[in-house]
Design a binder for this molecule. Sequence first.
Ligand SMILES: [Zn+2]
Length: 498
Amino acid sequence: MSLKVYNTLHRKKELFESINEGLVKMYVCGPTVYNYISIGNTRPIVVFDMVRNYLQYLGYRVEYVQNITDIEDKIIKKAQDEKVDFRVITSRYINAYLEDLRNLEVGQLSGMPLATESINEIIQFIERIINNGYGYVVDGSVYFDVARFPDYGKLSGQNIDEMRNTEDDDFSKRNKIDFALWKKAREGEPSWDSPWGKGRPGWHIECSAMSTSLLGRHIDIHGGGMDLIFPHHENEIAQSEAAFPGEGDFVKYWLHNGMIEVKREKMSKSLGLEENWILKNLLKIYSPNVIKMYILTTHYRSPLEFSMEKLEEAAKALEKIVTTLKNIDFLIKHNTYSGEMEEEKESDKRIASKLESYIEDVNNSFRESMDDDFNTAKAIGGIFEFIKDINSIIQKSDFKISPSIKKNLSSASDKVKELGMVLGLNFSKEILKMTEGVEAETKITKDEIENRIKEREVARKAGDYKKADEIRNYLYGKGIILEDRKEGTIWKTVNSKK
Ligand SMILES: [Zn+2]
């Protein structure tokens, strides 16, 4: 099995081979910090976290850098509106962003550079571009000379001549399509000293400069939303390959996630939807695992609809997996077999080997799906098949746990948790929450539930069905449903928490 990824640069799936053996260098464009991030901004965070996890699962060491754009027109405008220094705005939203990342429970980055802390690298990068003949200075601003770079358009597939006709009111440029590498400071704007006078970097240049200074001239993966293909990523290629001409591609594989879409009329009719579009609000309703499940049950390149129904579906799907895992835990803990020494029946051995083959199947289907351009939708589908197979065994009324079944059931549970972690889904945490959630929601402790169940067992054995029913009703009143099985009674909540 080998990984294939869809490379936007060549518009096809290609075999993934890292530039350096065993190491993957990955750069993903981060947010511009002038607002709280939306669920739309969250998709690339979740997607590329999963990409990184899967590459690590395949045995690669991954260096993953994501920048923060902390100087840009929108930031300056917001600072002017609020009549504060731009740093007041950026530090507010950088902190909010870091908090969002923590709450989203995604993995650590190897680097998170800020544009304003990389001004020297950016200036040096622009100087290289000018010295190589691809940039020109006009009255304190520096522009990229697109006409000098014949490969322009290779990522987005756009035709330069058509692009030349686009409207632009910046008359100091040689061509309309040329873009700013360095912008001369206007009155009252934040600025830094440069060989061309006071100014600030253009947006595109920071990614070229920071990617090169942190990861080197050639990287394996550059990611971001499809909305960044043009002009942002097209311009990054032009800059990086003009700074080091004749040295080959800046990026080997360009990966782009699809957009999250919301129906306008739906958004305007529902205030809740507009509020929940902001990640920090959505995180108050749903756990990070539900949000990730929502994002990952659609292939990363496909468009994804944003609606509360979709999130509700994701919550239910997650609950299905977690409930099965919780039941397995329960069965293992309360197994009725008298011990390892007991002779196993043939039928038990058959069930145990069935479980073993299901584990192998889910493992293979997971690899196959993920190797096919990170098809998480299919990978999660495979996990659901597996859950269904396990349930078909443990939900049989005569099911009993033998030592080898116990061992394989525990491996099955570990397998689901392991594959979940590769996707970024922490099932163990959800199991814990389900149990803790019960105590918070129902004002009844787990110990009390289990003591009552034992009491009920005693009553039933003594033929006191009235008392047994009373206990069942008491627990139901506390939001707990009992399910009697051959191997014992298991419980779950009426409204399991999301
Ligand atoms: Zn970028």
